[in-house]
Ligand binder design. Structure first.
Ligand code: HEM
Length: 178
């Protein structure tokens, strides 16, 4: 039996695979696979950490993006140390760059976001964060992505474990060729 990808392929680039839905036009510069590095910290942590991250945005012709991100910590020499944050979800882009997303994390958290794509800037604020009984208490998150050609910066703020909303992650990624 042929797989679904053969009939209804996901596209990671304009001009390849299905035509993008017109509503996702403001999000088209995100399509592709992005790889880069970042630093993170939090009020409860004794020291900051470094990580690398790969993010993929694709679409199947409907007005949403498939979003997949995985990160791994790196040591002082920049070598991969251990797997870290992963998340995947769906970014629904509707008229005028209005964005709403649902993102799931393996640490027992599901987040809905509302936001806006304005030119090269994307702002997203959590609307609801739902946590499983054993998950850390996380109550809010805000994200800002800035696109500059093939470069993407991605900053995440988190409000959790009694701490005020504060920056947890900041990464700079480049779009991989192809
Ligand atoms: C690139 C993705 C991410 C990376 C690399 C990352 C990395 C880390 C690291 C290294 C720690 C310290 C504990 C440990 O060693 O595991 C940590 C703690 C934490 N992270 Fe993340 N994280 C990511 C995404 C997220 C996201 C999306 C959230 C929330 C939605 C989150 C919330 C937290 C919280 C609440 C803590 C614990 C603070 C505490 O209990 O002291 N992280 N993260």
């Amino acid at each position: 039996m042929r797989d679904t990808q053969a009939f209804f392929p996901d596209s990671r680039a304009v001009g390849v695979g299905p035509e993008p839905h017109p509503w996702i036009t403001p999000a088209l510069p995100l399509l592709g696979v992005w790889r880069g590095s970042g630093t993170g910290g939090y009020g409860t942590l004794s020291e900051d950490f470094s990580y690398e991250q790969e993010i993929t945005f694709s679409h199947d012709g409907r007005p949403f993006l498939r979003y997949e991100a995985r990160a791994w910590l790196t040591d002082r020499e920049g070598r991969p140390d251990r797997p870290s944050g992963r998340e995947s979800g769906w970014w629904r882009v509707v008229a005028d760059g209005y964005l709403e997303a649902v993102v799931a994390h393996p640490i027992g958290i599901a987040t809905t976001y509302v936001g806006r794509i304005s030119g090269n800037e994307i702002e997203m604020t959590s609307r609801d964060m739902v946590v499983t009984p054993l998950a850390k208490e996380v109550t809010a998150s805000r994200r800002r992505l800035t696109l500059c050609g093939d470069e993407l910066t991605f900053v995440t703020e988190v409000q959790a474990v009694g701490q005020p909303l504060q920056q947890h992650l900041s990464a700079r990624l480049r779009r991989l060729p192809g």
